[in-house]
Design a protein around this ligand. Structure first.
Ligand SMILES: Cc1ncc(COP(=O)(O)O)c(C=O)c1O
Length: 433
């Protein structure tokens, strides 16, 4: 038995009966990530003295070999802003984005002096509705951002065709998906390689995580765009040591305190106290939450966090196979179609009258489902008037954000037994959409 297995047994012996099953709270972090984060926490000052570099080559390996340019930054939102700015579009050019998303997406558009055009989504795949997008095309529309909500791949042939038809630049927001094959006109490609460029996120609840982090990928091989993107990247400040500490502490706390003891009160209390003390950073700044064109906290990535990310990437195929397996169980048990999407979270549409009831029964069973998305842009304090949003503009989004979509966890901590239990709780409430 390895030392990790022994430690695991000791740590989880008492807590296993009430272990946390959740979409959030370090869903990818396992014991060895916690141990690595602890070591990094101790070594962080030394890394800074010796100016440790990000070993980009090690991170990239074969994963992004087709990209023309890649840079690692502190978040998906920074990556999106860099990519949009590298286009140097006329001020006020329009960018099509979907509702049922995160406020940082329209923020990135505004931070690039562009105008976000909000479009509705398809009820079937939670991704951009091209029919609505078509109605909103003007002679200023230049860019379309596709989202891959929950890891679901929309009909990308149609999206690519649509962009060609209206001469739009395609950007893939891959915050919910990571290196997945996709057929475009019969040819196998990878998500993230279909348009001008794409954005990855290594945020705390993503496919792989280093608490914060992201990458910008440029597929266009022209020198002009590469140079512009590189200049934008060079202008970013270095990451602050405080954010590095906060990110490592988050991992350590999730592994050793919050996850194992969540249901004993201690985990929840620790989360509350460490947030208040700023030992754990917030996901959004106050300005970001409200919708802003101001750039907040953007920086390069951290050499230290890249070590944590490398460890996560080593496990990517295990994570993916696990997510596939758990998603299949949900689909089979809930009589939903089995797909080949690698669900980051498994979305299930329930009647809004039953939503709170289901959530509370699940909570009684120590299961915390996710709430992507319970407002047109999360978090709910986003000031939609700054995006010229009027009630009724995106009817499908409005319908789905009103307590309809439960996100079931698919992460490595969810066992087959957990998945069956979750499905058995939800099934009686389920209606067809
Ligand atoms: C759809 C989508 N795009 C982009 C992002 C931004 O990622 P990050 O938190 O790394 O900035 C998020 C964050 O949750 C997201 O949900």
């Amino acid at each position: 038995m390895s030392k990790f297995d022994t430690l695991k047994k000791l740590m989880y012996f008492k807590t296993v009966k009430r272990k946390l099953v959740a979409c959030e709270i370090g869903p990818n972090y396992q014991l060895e990530d916690g141990v690595i984060a602890l070591k990094l926490l101790v070594l962080l000052p030394i890394y800074h003295i010796f100016k440790k570099q990000i070993h980009q080559d090690k991170i990239i390996k074969n994963i992004f070999s087709d990209s023309s340019y890649i840079q690692f930054v502190d978040s998906g939102r920074t990556a999106m802003t860099l990519l949009l700015r590298s286009l140097s579009l006329d001020k006020e050019s329009e960018v099509i984005i979907q509702g049922f998303s995160c406020v940082v997406v329209p923020n990135s558009v505004l931070q690039s002096n562009l105008v976000p055009i909000l479009c509705d989504i398809n009820e079937t795949d939670y991704n951009l509705d091209l029919v609505d997008a078509e109605k909103k095309i003007t002679n200023k529309t230049r860019v379309l951002i596709v989202q891959y909500s929950f890891g679901i791949i929309p009909k990308m042939n149609k999206v690519v065709e649509f962009c060609k038809k209206y001469n739009l630049i395609l950007i893939e927001d891959c915050a919910h998906i990571f290196s997945h094959p996709i057929l475009i006109n019969g040819k196998e490609k990878q998500v993230g390689s279909l348009g001008y460029g794409s954005v990855l996120s290594f945020g705390r609840d993503k496919v792989v995580s280093s608490t914060i982090g992201g990458a910008v990928i440029l597929n266009d091989s022209s020198k002009l765009y590469k140079t512009r993107l590189h200049e934008e990247y060079q202008n970013l400040p270095k990451i602050s040591i405080l954010r590095e500490y906060q990110s490592l502490i988050y991992c350590i706390l999730c592994v050793f305190l919050i996850r194992p003891f969540y249901h004993y009160g201690l985990g929840k209390l620790a989360l509350f106290i460490f947030r208040k003390l700023h030992f754990i950073g917030g996901i959004y700044s106050i300005k970001e939450k409200k919708v802003t064109s101001e750039i907040v906290n953007h920086s390069k990535y951290s050499a230290t966090l890249s070590i944590l990310l490398q460890n996560q990437l080593k496990k990517i195929s295990i994570y993916k196979a696990h997510r596939d397996n758990i998603s299949k169980i949900y689909a089979n048990e809930l009589d939903l179609p089995v797909t080949n999407y690698n669900y980051l979270r498994f979305p299930v549409c329930v009647p809004s009258s039953a939503y709170s009831n289901i959530k509370s029964i699940l909570r009684q069973n120590h299961i915390l489902v996710g709430t992507w998305y319970n407002s047109i842009f999360i978090p709910a304090d986003a000031d939609l008037s700054k995006l010229s949003y009027n009630l009724g503009d995106l009817p499908i989004c409005e319908k789905l954000v009103s307590n309809r979509v439960l996100n079931l966890p698919t992460n490595i901590h969810v066992t087959e037994k957990d998945a069956k239990k979750i499905a058995s709780i939800i099934k009686p409430f389920l209606i067809s959409k």
